[in-house]
Ligand binder design. Structure first.
Ligand code: IMP
Ligand code: MG
Length: 180
């Protein structure tokens, strides 16, 4: 039913699962002997976060933050606002920020800056998708799932106007859906 709005499937469920496992092995190697605090950026990261934290065989805690930068359009406004802050203190913690997609970098450069000021032991960024061609602000990405071209994608947590998050795969949305 949602499928009719998808132009092309970029990553199938199987491909996503395999890549999540690979990232988990990298994280396990890098964080051996330490406890991780995963911070998921709502809402787009919720599916990736759920799969990633279950794939990583290390002690961890989870927290979530919500920021607004997009509204219902397909381009970032550059203005970022925290709409839900963390519940936990991150002082002295090894934080991995989990994001669905790194696009202009506006959201994450703002957010990472805020988190750094709270004195965590370390902060790294893990994004499932990366659109390097769209970058406006430089952001260091430690764990990247896939680099993708400049197209608007949905599924596996990613939305357009809050829809399509429940698709088990990632696909390019037909431009006519958002009037592109
Ligand atoms: P940035 O501030 O431009 O890097 O925007 C990052 C946020 O924009 C992501 O967390 C997503 O919520 C949203 N976003 C960027 N590109 C896409 C896309 O292709 N599909 C769905 N959401 C996107
Ligand atoms: Mg997001």
């Amino acid at each position: 039913m949602l499928e009719k709005d998808i132009q092309e499937i970029l990553f199938t469920e199987e491909q996503l699962k395999k890549r999540v496992e690979e990232i988990a092995r990298q994280i396990e190697a890098d964080y051996a002997g330490r406890e991780i605090m995963f911070i998921g950026i709502l809402r787009g990261s919720f599916v990736f976060m759920a799969d990633l934290c279950r794939a990583v065989d290390l002690p961890c805690t989870l927290d979530f933050m919500s920021v607004s930068s997009y509204g219902t359009g397909t381009t970032s406004s550059g203005q970022v606002q925290i709409t839900k802050d963390l519940s936990e203190d991150i002082t002295g913690r090894h934080v991995i920020v989990v994001e669905d997609i790194l696009d202009s970098g506006n959201t994450l450069s703002y957010l990472l800056n805020i988190l750094e000021h709270r004195h965590p032991a370390s902060v790294r960024l893990c994004a499932l998708l990366d659109k390097p061609d769209r970058r406006v602000k430089p952001v260091k990405l430690h764990y990247s799932g896939f680099s993708i071209p400049d197209a608007f994608v949905v599924g596996y947590g990613l939305d357009y106007a809050e829809k399509y998050r429940s698709l088990p795969y990632i696909g390019i949305l037909k431009p006519e859906v958002y009037g592109g």
